[in-house]
Design a protein around this ligand. Structure first.
Ligand code: 13P
Ligand code: SF4
Length: 354
């Protein structure tokens, strides 16, 4: 959507007034009207590293969702403040694993006599509580760009992995990148007694996958892949690993948002691409690469925005920047010290992965 020129001007003026005091991070799924004000754009991994690398900025304005802002707070200094322009920008996947449910799951694993062999690996898309649980139990965080390295590391530490909260990223990485079979994976359902699994099933499994998923990527189906191959002959299908296993198995390439962008940059003129990820990013890529003769289409026929990413719009960004410029700290995201200590341990294990 074309941005309101008055709001664009106000955002520019507030940012200029703040100068080096503010650093704006933008996830690739953000709206165009917001992304134009980002000092750095990136996938979840790149943004976590960028936040940690900006000690001179007093304010980090995070244009993304809540768990990303929490991670930025954990990785930045105590005197740095992380601001999320709309506090309602959560993530439905992160909400699928609560601290109580995960503690209960650990009890189930203990009952089955396997907790000592299990290393938790939690996707970045999780609350700070879940990251703290992960750190406390000797595990690491991963993102879609380093999930294989995280699993390699985890299987050096123990025999089994509890993967939270995205079953698809866990399964896709285990089967596609690590050579495991679907039978090596079981799904723990937090809404069923004992996760819906018997102790024998837990003992036999290598990957215990939490029953979470992304509602945006869950919309892509095998039919979406088959249809686009018919509609666009010669198309390369490139999808995010949060997609369901059958979609990933039918795709030509799989990777994080940053990987998707790099793949298109490297693609030859005349090539055609169907992208299975959030629509703000796909539209931006279609516009960017059309002049180079690369055709980029959305994998599905229906519209697929991430509604919580979209909550960060230009009016919210203007409000946050103007408030900060006037000395009012609004919408600060602050993780408590005890949680931060253990969550940081898990995040630092990720940052140290080879
Ligand atoms: P990446 O940007 O790390 O690929 O993550 C996608 C996502 O769903 C973020 O919420
Ligand atoms: Fe969460 Fe999916 Fe939105 Fe990413 S795209 S923030 S995983 S709901």
């Amino acid at each position: 959507s074309p941005s309101d020129p008055n709001l664009v001007e106000r955002a520019r003026a507030a940012k200029e007034k703040l100068g080096d005091k503010v650093f704006v991070l933008g996830h690739h799924y953000q709206r165009d009207e917001v992304i134009q004000f980002a000092d750095v754009t990136g996938d979840s991994f790149k943004l976590a590293r960028e936040a940690a690398a900006r000690p001179q900025a007093e304010y980090i304005v995070f244009c993304g969702v809540h768990f990303m802002a929490e991670s930025a707070d954990i990785l930045t200094g105590d005197d740095q403040k992380v601001v999320l322009p709309d506090l309602a920008a959560g993530c439905s996947m992160a909400d699928m694993a609560t601290a109580e449910q995960v503690a209960e799951c650990w009890d189930v694993l203990t009952e089955a006599g396997i907790a000592e062999q299990v290393v938790p690996v939690s996707y970045m898309n999780s609350s700070a509580d879940i990251k703290a649980f992960t750190g406390k139990h000797g595990g690491t965080i991963c993102t879609s760009s380093n999930a294989k390295r995280a699993l390699d590391w985890a299987f050096e530490q123990g025999e089994k992995v509890l993967f939270l909260p995205d079953q698809h990223l866990g399964r896709n990485t285990a089967v596609r990148d690590m050579g495991m079979s679907l039978e090596d994976c079981v799904v723990y359902n937090p809404h069923k007694p004992n996760g819906g699994l018997t102790a024998d099933e837990l003992r036999a499994a290598k990957m215990i996958l939490w029953r979470g998923h992304c509602s945006v990527h869950g919309r892509f189906s095998l039919d979406s892949v088959n249809d686009v191959r018919e509609r666009v002959p010669g198309v390369n299908v490139l999808v995010h690993p949060e997609c369901r296993h059958e979609v990933v198995a039918a795709a030509d390439y799989v990777g994080s948002t940053e990987y998707i962008i790099k793949a298109l940059e490297a693609a030859p003129a005349g090539s055609k691409w169907a992208i299975g990820t959030e629509l703000n990013l796909v539209r931006r890529l279609a516009n960017r690469f059309a002049p180079e003769g690369k055709e980029v289409v959305f994998l599905d026929k229906t519209v697929c925005f991430c509604s919580t990413m979209n909550r960060i719009d230009l009016p919210h960004l203007v409000w946050a920047l103007e408030s900060l410029a006037e000395g009012n700290l609004v919408n600060r995201i602050e993780v408590d010290r005890e949680t931060e200590k253990f969550a940081k341990l898990a995040l630092e294990r990720m940052l140290a992965l080879p």
